[in-house]
Design a protein around this ligand. Structure first.
Ligand SMILES: NC(=O)c1ccc[n+]([C@@H]2O[C@H](COP(=O)([O-])OP(=O)(O)OC[C@H]3O[C@@H](n4cnc5c(N)ncnc54)[C@H](O)[C@@H]3O)[C@@H](O)[C@H]2O)c1
Length: 298
């Protein structure tokens, strides 16, 4: 018999991910404080539950897709939380990007109740959530991973077990450092080329197939050329991820100077009311310094 799935957190990512589970034929129960998002997924065949506790009571596997560690702790361990409704054998799959240490703490608290947990953050953003082609990095017990793998494959093209609980989020932090630094490098380089009088679209076409090319460049330079900073992935969420990266690095006695530098760039953009823009708006920071905009020639 196919497992009943609960899904808590129907935001930019969780909504399309939950829709893909419905498409795959799973019995799905959803919950979010945003009632419009719940109604949209219920209209496609999901059931709704009033609280995370109710979701857990009605399902075998509970997926969470929430902003950060505090929300995951509240939804899973707080009053009317998942832990209150879960049975021994329930599996919690947290797909949010949170601090690795928080993932371990939640897993430990659940283990005391006989509830298993894996952390399974994702990379790819809204388009890949819609297409079910996310990259999913999983931390947890191999047997629990094997139980969840077919479900994760309904949402992602790549599903990789990287270690024990927390390792998924360590991998996600590494991913977020690479993405942030890559966008910053692309921004700095393209502002320079534009101010030097070279068409930035021509620069993109000339270098995207070479060593400097990247998935980040292909996704973000067209947005910069269009001046389109609609999220996508919000600057304030990237600040959250880099804060988790800096905290984790410092706790491990690791220095991350480039991450700290881009963190201040993101912070400056947030101070400039761009916290809700896509992280491709990092180019705006460099554009302002050089008084030059990286845009297509009319
Ligand atoms: N947006 C992206 O491109 C992207 C890409 C990869 C990973 N992520 C990560 O995925 C996670 C979710 O991101 P998102 O962009 O979907 O965020 P979002 O803010 O759009 O969605 C979060 C959802 O959680 C709900 N929520 C918050 N607190 C709740 C509570 N107590 N009970 C029930 N629901 C609650 C909100 O109402 C919202 O619908 C984050 O950790 C983010 O860093 C996002």
């Amino acid at each position: 018999m196919s497992k009943k799935i609960g899904f808590i957190g129907l935001g930019i990512m969780g909504k399309p991910m939950s829709k893909n589970l419905l498409k795959a034929g799973y019995d799905l129960t959803v919950c979010d404080i945003n009632t419009a998002a719940v109604a949209e997924v219920v209209a496609l065949g999901a059931k709704s539950a009033a609280t995370p506790k109710d979701v857990a009571a009605q399902t075998d596997i509970v997926i969470t897709m929430l902003p950060n560690s505090p929300q995951v702790k509240t939804v899973v361990l707080g009053a009317n939380g998942v832990a209150e409704g879960a049975k021994p054998g329930t599996i919690v799959v947290d797909m949010s990007s949170i601090a690795p240490q928080a993932a371990q703490e939640v897993a430990q608290a659940l283990a005391a109740k006989g509830v298993k947990m894996i952390d399974a953050p994702v990379s790819g953003g809204e388009p890949k959530a819609i297409d079910a082609t996310l990259s999913i990095m999983v931390g947890g017990d191999a047997a629990v991973f094997a139980e969840c793998e077919p479900i994760l494959k309904c949402m992602g093209a790549s599903v990789v077990l990287v270690g024990d609980v927390g390792a998924g989020n360590v991998t996600k932090l590494a991913n977020q450092i690479v993405v942030a630094l890559n966008i910053a490098a692309v921004s700095e380089a393209f502002v320079l080329a534009t101010k030097a009088g070279v068409d930035p679209e021509a620069v993109f076409n000339a270098i995207k197939g070479g060593l400097a090319g990247s998935t980040v460049m292909n996704a973000k330079v067209p947005m910069m050329l269009d001046g389109n900073f609609k999220p996508g992935f919000r600057i304030e969420l990237h600040i959250k991820d880099l804060q988790n990266a800096l905290d984790t690095a410092h706790a491990l006695n690791v220095a991350t100077p480039l991450t700290a530098n881009v963190m201040e760039t993101l912070q400056a953009l947030k101070c400039d009311d761009m916290g809700a823009c896509d992280h491709s708006a990092i180019v705006r920071f460099y554009e302002k310094l050089a008084k030059t905009e990286v845009r297509r020639k009319a």
